[in-house]
Ligand binder design. Structure first.
Ligand SMILES: CC(C)(COP(=O)(O)OP(=O)(O)OC[C@H]1O[C@@H](n2cnc3c(N)ncnc32)[C@H](O)[C@@H]1OP(=O)(O)O)[C@@H](O)C(=O)NCCC(=O)NCCS
Length: 287
């Protein structure tokens, strides 16, 4: 087995995605499309994101990603659960403060590995995320306000500006968005934008499929503030779902905020038929 640091996170991303793709279940924190977005959207973060991959030959067994000062994301093959301790030891050595380790509560082998290494669930009233999952067998028709149209994102500068408006204040730049479009599994046909009758970009949904083309994920979704509450988020997500289904997918998932302080995204996805099946939890070392 070998362990490699990845100074260049675009390079490490592909291996991280391959592991996410290989071990995906609805109880996973990371779909390979979520990793593509999370690692590509911001450029220049390498110094803040120490990352290490553990491989057996060309197969990635585990990875750890520290978001300095002290948040750890990790993924470990269930058959190699003993590596959880190695990932934690490495992360503790590079973190600038005590680690907060974020996993989904259904990732049993990670939860057990964390407990075995002296970590306990940290209870807080703060933000958390819910894994929501739905089927694609039947999706409602796409209904748009009069004169609105949905098209693929071909103008990347306009697409970037729309994202920035929806997520203001956002650090995503045209260069960052362009990097997203070069990531493994990005498909322009699942990057859809709803336009107002005068052509103004109003809402978008970026969908990703796993390599088998079975499980889609929304990451991210946004509506410009002046166009909210008109059914555009719903319409553009439904349009992506219809395309996912057309490509052979049977499942769609998303990871919105689950806490009461930020309820609208979960409401949007519930209206699309997705239901919650798990949530993120944070582990810290027992004192
Ligand atoms: C979440 C977001 C995309 C919703 O877009 P939108 O175009 O306003 O959504 P829609 O008009 O299609 O409404 C979807 C649902 O949310 C509800 N909703 C929309 N705005 C709401 C508000 N301010 N308060 C309460 N409910 C609201 C709608 O009533 C609808 O619910 P229903 O299906 O039960 O009728 C938009 O608020 C946004 O861009 N937020 C910032 C980025 C973000 O958080 N993205 C989601 C990441 S997972």
């Amino acid at each position: 087995m070998s362990a490699t640091g990845s100074g260049k996170y675009e390079h490490g991303l592909r291996g991280m995605q391959e592991l996410a793709d290989a071990v995906w279940t609805p109880g996973s924190r990371w779909h390979p499309g979520e990793l593509a977005w999370a690692r590509s959207q911001h450029l220049g973060r390498e110094p803040d994101w120490p990352t290490r991959l553990w491989r057996q030959g060309s197969t990635v067994l585990a990875w750890g990603w520290v978001d300095l000062p002290g948040t750890l994301y990790l993924q470990v093959r269930p058959g190699s659960a003993e590596l959880v301790g190695e990932v934690l030891a490495w992360a503790e050595s590079v973190a600038a403060e005590a680690l907060s380790v974020l996993v989904l509560d259904r990732e049993r082998h990670l939860v057990e590995g964390l407990r075995a290494n002296g970590y306990v669930e940290s209870i807080s009233d703060g933000p958390f995320f819910r894994r929501m999952v739905g089927g694609l067998a039947e999706t409602p028709d796409v209904l748009l306000p009069k004169g609105f149209t949905i098209r693929e994102a071909t103008d990347l500068a306009a697409r970037t500006e729309l994202h920035r408006a929806a997520w203001h204040p956002s650090r995503v730049t045209l260069a960052g968005y362009t990097t997203v479009t070069r990531a493994w599994l990005y498909r322009r046909e699942l990057d859809l934008v709803a336009h107002a009758p005068d052509g103004t970009p109003a809402a978008y949904c970026l969908g990703w499929l796993d390599s088998r083309g079975r499980v889609g994920v929304f990451e991210p979704v946004g509506t410009a503030p002046e166009f909210r509450g008109r059914g555009l988020g719903r319409a553009v997500c439904l349009a992506v779902m219809a395309r996912m289904r057309g490509l052979g997918a049977d499942t769609v998932t998303v990871l919105p905020r689950g806490d009461a302080a930020y309820p609208v995204p979960a409401r949007l996805y519930a209206g699309l038929g997705l239901t919650p099946i798990g949530r993120t939890v944070v582990f810290t070392r027992a004192r």
